[in-house]
Design a protein. Sequence first.
Length: 314
Amino acid sequence: MQQHLVIWQMSTVNLCSGISQRLQACTRVDVVFDCYRKGTIKAGTRDNRTKKGQKIRGIIDSRAVQLPASWTNFMNLPENKANLIRFLTDELLRQAEELPEGQEVVVAGGSKMLEIFVSTSAGLLHHLDSTQEEADTRIIVHVLDAQRQNAKRVIVCSRDTDVLVLLVHHMTLDDEVWMSAGIKNKPKYIPIHVIQALQPYVRHNLLSYHALTGCDSTSQFSGHAKKSTWTKYVSEPELLDAFTDDTEFAFDDAERFVIKLYSPGSSLSDINTLRSELFHRITNPEKLPPTKDSLIHHLKRCQHQSCNIYYHTQ
């Protein structure tokens, strides 16, 4: 039974062996973890996700600790995740000591704000220090560093839409970057350098669009998913310019963009007026646009996500 395995067996079979396989085709593997900090927007999002679940504290202080009987209950606590990351980091670096010359493993993230480890005598890589909390944005720092080290090809292993959008925005057409988004039996590689052939304005405000229409820490407008909003965004990407400057609170253009989501042909500029008009024609209240007060709160949160997190991956 799986629960009788010890944590060391899990780390060796699943993580370390996987990295060894990757190193057969490359010279460097970066493993990037989330950071777990209290009082942040991301911490609040995690709490909401696990609010109904049972939380059981578990401490991994040696290789002999057995796997938790319920991974769901174990992973519901950020403290458990941070503890697991510290253990996995130690195991990765222990395994990396046996790597041949010219191969390197970089491990980043964890429970501390700045925690960078490497497998070589270089020790801490301070140029990879990042104040970012999520691995999604920390990954970009590592990709850019690999390119500065003259990497001819970079493959990012992730199935997260946030990572895809971040790569498209931050990479350039000269970079050969792929995103491995498939699974073992059905591999899928997305050529980021091909997707980058977007109109400059569309690519420039792409992160703002992603935050506004729903990401890890922001909600989407009911009934308006990415596919249905993309066409409207591409036609007028300049409406989201306000989100690229954290000192700018002129949300009039962003409000017009949201109005076009609910009423494409509308010439209105006030979402409360549109909400009043649609109220007499729509029977399902879920399809009504938000009030202006709630929209402003949403826009401020999206602006924070865009300006302080997405656009500044440092």
